[in-house]
Design a protein around this ligand. Sequence first.
Ligand code: NAD
Length: 472
Amino acid sequence: MSENKSQFCKQVEDNFQKACQYLDIDKDVLNQIRETNAIVHFKFPIRRDNGRIEVIEAWRAQHSHHRKPCKGGIRFAEIANEDEVKALAALMTYKCAIVEVPFGGAKGAVKIDSKKYSVAERERICRRLTFELHNKNFIGPGIDVPAPDYGSGEQEMAWISDTYSSLNHELNAPACVTGKPVAMGGVRGRTEATGMGVAFGLREICRNKVLMEKVGLPTDILGKRVTVQGFGNVGYHAAKYLSEMGARVTHIAEFEGIISNPEGLDIKSLAEFRQENKSFEKYPSGSFSKKRDDIFSVDCDIFVPAALENQIHEDNYKTIKAPIIGEAANGPITAIASQKLFEKGKIIVPDIYLNAGGVTVSYFEWVKNLSHIRFGRIDKRFDQGKFENMASLMSEVTQKDISSSLIEKFSKQGDEAQLIASGLEETMIEALRQIIEVVEENDYKIDLRTAAFVTAIKKVGKSYELAGIFPG
Ligand code: NAD
């Protein structure tokens, strides 16, 4: 496993180097962009429910200070290590730059399997972790803002926010962390954000005429056959929104096996069934197979790995039939497999773009916390009134009745969740436009991952240059 981890680190490094060939940036600036700016590695005790004291190991890496605060999740995973935290923090810098959220990249890890700890123990870990980060000046609304990641969720963020707020009686204290429950200053739509962003990103890829011509598919998401690996937060929401956009999700793999239906699976009912039965096995509207690794060779248009890293590698990349692979998980394809698949003409939509929906909506939450007002609260009724007035004016001028249902349709203003979804959609469309611009400049001979790195490094480099750190 540690080999995989250092491989992952090397992968990020290799992708960076590859992108540098397309960039006209001073090599000293590139060195500064590449390096991790700060990291803390610390250990702290917590009392287990059985009375024993356990020493917990943790890291927080701030990869880049070109924008502040730094931003990135905290992983709770038994296999966490410093290399991995640094690599993930670097990816966060590039991811934030791609979707233009004003943060430097960061990542944290707590080396535990959270499933082996009671709720009370996890609370003690989170509160002590926050003390430690606070004492080291590694947390704060303008310093470093964690978020959920593998093994952590809303509840952990609530404990972190509460502990930080009790140490800092400042107005903006809740902005020290994102991914909080709505009742504690979270934003509606954060939970589904990453999967929704994946769906928006894949829809936009399918709208690109040149790319679709290359793989011989029609330019639309409508009717595309989709296969998903992993039915957790990201996999479920990606499948749900892709279905709503008109794609046909035919196969989904989980630990127990694969569920399939050539007509398209009903994602909501499947999720409810699995929640209740803890398995796809007896789901009535699909066929079940225990061979979960067959998911890689399913005949489909889009394959969405949404489980873990290093799933597609040298030994299995040849079995992939899908012409489009959407990296919903972080690092699901190894560097070698990625290169080989690109050479075979596959479109790989890279993680640093495709799963950036989470950090985008985290940014909206942070802005909401700093502005102390829910999105849409001031203007919703006002805008609605404006549309209604306009409709009655039109009716007066034209001497024609405008139906109340039409007025309602046009005057309806978005609530917070709708505004968040609309901001996310705009972000994913604009970020892809910039990546495609690099692809076009290079006559489609550059892969989307390298193009995404190019756009990210350019933006980070620009802010160092403008800050005058590297004159000339
Ligand atoms: P999750 O734990 O909710 O879901 C992962 C699912 O994958 C689980 O249900 C697990 O059972 C399943 N799985 C694991 N190994 C599998 C295998 N071999 N075959 C089939 N299924 C398997 O996690 P998540 O939050 O959905 O994250 C998934 C990936 O997306 C991770 O790489 C994560 O880093 C990345 N990601 C998540 C977010 C987010 O907002 N949650 C944001 C960006 C990136």
